[in-house]
Design a binder for this molecule. Structure first.
Ligand code: HEM
Ligand code: HEM
Length: 194
């Protein structure tokens, strides 16, 4: 009982109208890591595999693996937390579109690091994390690995487009429809409701 009250006070869990502190922290951390991984995938070099891009690739891989870990935790937390009830959105297709986009975002967030790790290993390169490398535990198949890395690149670009549409929709709700959708993912201090 006390635990429940304490959790409600801290606001860790989502309520019927807004995402809780934990869901919000996961969301915004994911946004930050995805954008950083994306920005740090674009070197001047042709490929992140070139020796000159070694440092950049390590950074990109570490950020990408962090995205994966955070998203898995986010999804596990989602199992035990509720999500805010959909506000009555006049057109039904809007709620359906939001659900579809969220599903697509999660699918991409899982598929992108998965293809990257698989592709990198197939190319025959260790996955490099700060402090240690994970050597390929599977046999080398360079051509296949390169094709999978092309898919990784395409999915990485797709994520940015889908997230862009998603963010534009959130802003459209806030500034044009003037409903509570955006606030549901914004810090409590940004809106007076609790
Ligand atoms: C959300 C996470 C990630 C995003 C958004 C992302 C995005 C991208 C993009 C857009 C590219 C293409 C860059 C270009 O050539 O213009 C790329 C390349 C690459 N990514 Fe990721 N990536 C992510 C996670 C990872 C992870 C976890 C790894 C670790 C194995 C990784 C390894 C690589 C490598 C090695 C390349 C170079 C591929 C090549 O040159 O053929 N990425 N990534
Ligand atoms: C890489 C960028 C982003 C990713 C991967 C992402 C991902 C997601 C996901 C997966 C959800 C669903 C949460 C759930 O119910 O489980 C969500 C909800 C939400 N996101 Fe994002 N997001 C991104 C950027 C943004 C940005 C930039 C904004 C604001 C401008 C934003 C605003 C929201 C809002 C308001 C919700 C909850 C409202 C709703 O039900 O649609 N997101 N996001």
């Amino acid at each position: 009982m006390l635990g429940h009250q304490l959790r409600a006070m801290i606001g860790l869990r989502s309520t019927s109208s807004r995402y809780g502190a934990a869901a919000q922290a996961f969301h915004w951390l994911t946004v930050l890591l995805v954008l950083s991984a994306y920005v740090l995938s674009k070197g001047d070099q042709d490929s992140l595999y070139s020796a000159a891009a070694d440092g950049l690739r390590r950074f990109h891989e570490a950020l990408g693996v962090l995205v994966f870990i955070v998203v898995v935790l986010q999804l596990l937390w989602r199992l035990i937390d509720s999500t805010p009830a959909r506000q009555p959105m006049p057109p039904r297709w809007m709620a359906a579109a939001a659900t579809l986009v969220h599903f697509a975002l999660y699918a991409l967030l899982i598929a992108i690091p998965t293809t990257a790790v698989l592709g990198t290993w197939l190319v025959g390169i260790p996955v490099t994390l700060p402090g240690f490398d994970i050597a390929p535990p599977i046999a080398k198949a360079r051509g296949l690995g390169q094709s999978i890395m092309k898919i990784h690149t395409t999915l990485g670009d797709a994520l940015l487009w889908v997230a862009g549409v998603h963010a534009a929709a959130a802003l459209f709700h806030h500034f044009y429809l003037r409903d509570e959708i955006f606030q549901s993912m914004a810090s409590r201090r940004m809106n007076d409701q609790s």
